[in-house]
Ligand binder design. Structure first.
Ligand SMILES: NC(=O)C1=CN([C@@H]2O[C@H](COP(=O)(O)OP(=O)(O)OC[C@H]3O[C@@H](n4cnc5c(N)ncnc54)[C@H](O)[C@@H]3O)[C@@H](O)[C@H]2O)C=CC1
Ligand SMILES: O=C(O)C1=N[C@H](C(=O)O)C[C@H](O)C1
Length: 246
């Protein structure tokens, strides 16, 4: 039996994780805690899942690593500086492993993987992410990671910057840039989490689209993380790709 704690248990994702952990035969909920609760309630857990907020997740991770509890993190906001901080935390303390996944949707992971594979073949590449309007961060962690993967694939292929003749622009009209890839963020009532990666070359375009229809869709990936985090070969794993054999 894997003993699981949940940080952000009253939130949209955390409450779904609580339900999923309670429903599985090999996982047991130790405690679900939210912002008003003491973290000590999860002591005794093998793994804690964090779906909280980019402003608090680093402090939670520090606490989990200090207490030797494996962490499965879905909270967004991990740039290279934060990842370096997590590596330093892990180097200072033996014991816990950390899995940080920008997206636990299996189809979303495939979308990112396909986008990285397509990237060297196209002159142009831009990302449009669409989310519910309660989302705190922009661009999404998924879009950020996809842009990093596309940027790295373009650099490795020796591609120049994507063509763009814009010389006059209202601020934001061309989105933001991550690793040289334009990213546009939409916040739309009624939506959950969606992304399009649009590629173009001469006379052809390719659009790769992913849609999360509900938050239950993330649970197979979260449960996979819970089951595998303790035995992962690296102390810090980024993304579900290696767990899916990609
Ligand atoms: N990796 C993935 O597949 C996914 C990641 N996310 C990310 O997960 C995060 C949470 O998203 P939602 O559940 O939609 O947000 P939410 O706002 O519905 O839930 C966050 C919860 O965390 C609680 N919280 C805040 N500080 C806390 C603390 N210090 N300790 C414990 N609980 C605390 C809040 O009170 C709230 O109940 C966001 O960063 C979002 O981008 C969301 C969906 C999927
Ligand atoms: O806040 C959300 O809802 C989501 N956040 C993650 C992100 O920032 O990429 C994953 C998914 O897009 C849903």
């Amino acid at each position: 039996m894997i003993k699981v704690g949940v940080f952000g248990a009253l939130g949209r994702m955390g409450s779904e994780v609580v339900r999923a952990v309670e429903a599985e035969a090999d996982t047991e909920l130790v405690a679900g805690i939210d912002s008003a609760d003491e973290r000590e309630k999860v002591l005794g857990a093998d793994v804690v899942v964090d779906f909280t907020h980019p402003d608090v997740v680093m402090d939670n991770l520090r606490w989990l690593v200090d207490h030797g509890i494996h962490a499965v993190v879905g909270t967004s906001g991990f740039d290279e500086a934060r990842l370096a901080e997590v590596r330093a935390l892990l180097d200072a303390r033996p014991g816990a492993n950390v899995l940080i996944a920008p997206n636990f949707g299996i189809a979303a992971v495939l979308m990112m993987n396909f986008a990285a594979k397509a990237a060297p073949h196209f002159e142009s590449a831009e990302i449009i992410e669409l989310h519910h309007p309660n989302k705190a961060d922009a661009p999404s962690g998924t879009a950020y990671r996809t842009a990093e993967l596309i940027g790295a694939a373009r650099a490795e292929a020796g591609l120049d910057a994507a063509p763009d003749a814009t010389t006059s622009e209202l601020p934001g009209a061309r989105g933001t840039q991550v690793e040289g890839v334009r990213v546009h963020a939409l916040r739309i009532t009624g939506m959950i989490a969606h992304q399009e990666v649009v590629f173009g070359t001469h006379g052809e375009t390719l659009t790769i689209r992913h849609d999360s229809m509900n938050r239950e869709s993330f649970m197979p990936g979260v449960l996979l993380g819970i089951r595998r985090v303790a035995a992962l070969p690296d102390r810090l794993t980024l993304g579900l790709e290696s767990l899916l054999g990609l």
